[in-house]
Ligand binder design. Structure first.
Ligand code: IPM
Ligand code: MN
Length: 346
């Protein structure tokens, strides 16, 4: 699902990388292109047409570019591109959004933070994706607006389990981020997290952090974080912030997983309408998302690791799109960066 803005440009890059992997390893991937977001509103009047949903359900994995743009951003609009994205997440039941944040040493200069703070930063944000304020009842009159934030015990339990399993495979530490000093949903979140961890993961060190403090500590001492688990909106905000550790929003991939192998894979950035159609978007977040796709949905770990290594190698060798270029760096277009990664894969 290419979507809107730079979505089609980066999705093309991701498909090219997957195709190259298929050719080299003798796999055959069957691709189908589907409408979502503004592109679907324009042609079908629906940000998530039924055939898009059907196609996603028939697929082993879904790759998404991005949705949204000024054309569909009228605040009074009843139909918005983002509704398509939220609906497909809910339809596919992908409640666990994994957002790994890895700092590539050579990109330290692209970050607004001091290089010494960034050394060895490697964290994983597990964002709850199908609940909370994004999905609660919305009300609006001319002088009143409300967005309901709801969480149920089972929703917290299942996301905490995903995060805890990742923590076991990593450093054995889990940081749960909430706003339990103010929000009732956060107090439920914290209670359920404590109970689930004590019962099922007694050996994982559990820490709780208030979201405002987490926003600060992420910049002050990012290295101290490993696995973070948090609710939908906090995870959205904290990962845009965390992308600055990696140098650009364009670098970060994500995997959205549910109870089955099928997942939804997308870069964490948006449709970037300001640079759409110019061929200069950074495809790395999407290409890294294809690695997650191969790993989590197709069980192709070796292929996934190869993509990640190729990406790392070309960045280390100096390949830079505009968003991560500094000083005298040569700036690559989207397809030049993609081709560099394809060449490195060979
Ligand atoms: C993201 C995006 C989406 C979100 C928007 C486009 C609805 O910001 O994937 O992080 O808020 O989840
Ligand atoms: Mn976001």
């Amino acid at each position: 699902m290419p979507g809107d803005g730079i979505g089609p440009e980066v999705a093309d890059a991701g498909v090219a990388v997957m195709q190259r992997i298929a050719d080299s390893f003798g796999h055959r991937f069957r691709f189908s292109n589907q409408l979502i977001g503004g592109a679907a509103i324009d042609t079908r009047g629906d940000p998530l047409p039924p055939d898009t949903i059907a196609s996603c359900r028939e697929s082993d994995a879904v790759l998404l570019g991005a949705v949204g743009g000024p054309k569909w951003s009228d605040p009074n609009a009843q139909i918005r591109p983002e509704q398509g994205l939220l609906k497909i997440r809910a339809e596919l039941g992908v409640f666990a959004n994994l957002r790994p944040v890895r700092v590539i040493d050579e990109l330290a200069a692209a970050s607004p933070l001091k290089a010494e703070l960034l050394k060895n930063v490697d964290l994983m944000v597990v964002r709850e994706l199908t609940g909370g304020i994004y999905f609660g009842e919305k009300k609006r009159t001319p002088d009143f607006a409300s967005d309901l934030c709801v969480y149920q015990t089972f929703e917290v339990e299942r996301i905490v389990r995903v995060a805890a399993r990742l923590a076991v495979a990593r450093s054995g530490k889990l940081c749960s981020v909430d706003k339990a000093n103010v929000l009732e949903t956060s107090r439920l979140w914290r209670d359920v997290t404590i109970r689930t961890m004590a019962n099922e993961f007694p050996n994982v060190a559990l820490e709780h952090m208030l979201v405002d403090a987490a926003a600060m500590h992420l910049l002050a001492r990012p290295r101290d974080f490993d696995v973070i688990v948090t609710e939908n909106m906090f995870g959205d905000i904290l990962t845009d912030e965390a992308s600055m550790l990696a140098g650009s929003l364009g670098m970060l991939p994500s995997a959205s997983l549910g109870d089955s192998k099928r997942g939804l894979y997308e870069p964490i950035h948006g449709s970037a309408p300001d640079i759409a159609g110019r061929g200069i978007a950074n495809p790395c977040g999407t290409i890294a998302s294809t690695a997650l796709l191969l790993r989590h949905s197709l069980g192709l770990e070796e292929e996934a690791a190869l993509i990640e290594k190729a990406l790392l190698d070309v960045i280390a060798a100096g390949a830079r799109t505009a968003d991560i270029a500094r000083g005298n760096d040569t700036v690559l277009t989207t397809s030049e960066m993609t081709n560099a990664i394809l060449a490195q894969l060979e």
